[in-house]
Design a protein around this ligand. Sequence first.
Ligand SMILES: [Zn+2]
Length: 488
Amino acid sequence: MGSWSETIVFLLVAVYIVTSSPLIKEKEPGADWPKRNSVKQPWADQNTTDKVVEATPTEKDVIDDILGEEVPTELSDIILKAADLTKNDVEKVDYTGAQVWKVATNKTNIRVIISRLHRRNLLSTWGGSQSSIDVLVKPNALQNVTRVFKRENIYFDVVIDDLQQRINEENPPLDQNELELQDRRGHRMTWKQYHRLIDIHGFMDYLAKTYPSIVSVKTIGKSFEKRDLKVLRISDGKPTNKAVFIDGGFHAREWISPATVTFFINQFAENFDVESDDVKNIDWYFLPVVNPDGYEYTHNVDRLWRKNRRPGIPGRACLGTDLNRNFGYRWGGKGASNNPCSEIYRGSRAFSEPESKALSDFIKSSGANFTAYLTYHSYGQYILYPWGYDNAVPPDYQDLDSVGKNVAQTIQQTGGSEYSVGSSSGLLYPAAGGSDDWAKSQGIKYTYTIELSDTGRFGFVLPTTYIEPVARENLAGLRVLAKQVHKT
Ligand SMILES: [Zn+2]
C-alpha cells in the first residue's frame, strides 16, 4: 500500500510540475519583485535573446527617503477636495451651480488665501500655472469667495459658470451613423466619445485577435476592485528594437488621456505595415488606463474623482490614493500628502497600491529595452521631465529639454496647441512619488509627463470634439520622440 500511495504522490507531483512549468517561464510580472534582467519579458519568444539594460540607481535612496522628510502641508491643503461634494457614493454627484474660476497668482499671498478658503470648505483646486490657479467654487460659497477676492484685490475670471451643465454636454451619445459604423467595426472605440473601460479593453483584445503577428495583450495585474490592468504591445519582434512605455488614465477624471493613448494604439496597430521605420523599430507598450476603478467611478458617480478607490485607514471616511504620488522614488517628499482625505494622498507607503505596484513590477521585470516612458495626464499643455520631487534636474536634462522642445514645436505646427516644456518641479511645483521620477530612476532616458489640453477653458471636462485634434497633434509629437528613440 505504501508504495502505491508513494507512486500516486509521485505522479501527482510530476503532473503538477509539467502543467505548471509554463507559469515559471511566463512569470506574472506583478507577482514579485524580480531583479532587473532576471526575468524574461512575457512576450519574448525563444529566438529573442535577453537584452541588457544599463545599470541604474538602486532603491536605497528610496528607503532613505521613506524614513526622512516631513510632508509640507501647504500645497496639499490647497488641493484638498471639497469633501462634502462627494459624500454620497451611490447617487451621482451633482455639480449644478458650481463654478470654475481662473485666479491670477501675481499677488504673493494668493495661495495662502486659497488654502484658507479651502480649509473652510468653500472651494477646491483644479490646476494652474505659475501665473494663475483654477479653482472650483461651490454654489453656496460663490458670494463669500467673491467678497474675499474683491477685498483682497484678487483678479479672477469665471471660466465655467455652471459645471454640471458642462458635464452634461461633455460626452453626448453617438449619432446614428457612428452607431452603425460601430456595429460593423468589430470593436466599439470611436474617438468621438469618451468610452467606458469595457470598450477600451474590448478594442485592445480586438486588435490582438486581428493582428496576432504584431499585437498582443497581457493583464499585468488587477486594480483594487479587481479590474484588469491591460497592457497592449505592438512589435514586429526584432531583437534590436528599443522599447517605449506609454500609459494614461492615472488620474480618473482626465478622460482625454485614455482617449489619446488608445488613438495612438489604433494608429500604429491598424497601419503598422505602412508606418515609418522609427515606429516599426520600436516595441510599443501601452497601458491606457492605469486607474480603472477611478475611471469607472468618474463615469458612474463623480465626474471629478482623481484617485484610485482603495479604502484608506479603517473607520475613516476618506478613501483613494493618488497613484502619481505612490511611486517609490523619493516617495513621501514635497507636494504629496499624508492625509488620506487629500487629493494628493501618497498612500501608506511606496507602492502600497496594486495599480502602481503592478506597473512598476512590470517595467522592472520586463526584458524590454525601455528608452522612453511617457505618461499622459491633463490638463495644462505641458511637456514635463524629471525631477518632480524637488527643484532639480537629472544630469542629462539638456537632452530631455531639447527633445521635449522638438515635440512641442511639432505639436504646435500640427494642431496649433502651445505646450510649455520644462522640469515638472521647475515649471509647476514639486510633487514627489510620481511615476516619471521613478521611471527615470530606473534608467529610462526619455521620461516625460505630458499634460494634454486644454489650458483651463474646459479643464477636465473637455468636450468630445477635442479628442481627435488633441490626439492627432500629440501623435505627431510622439513621432518626433520615436525618431529620437530610434537613433539613440
Ligand atoms: Zn493627472
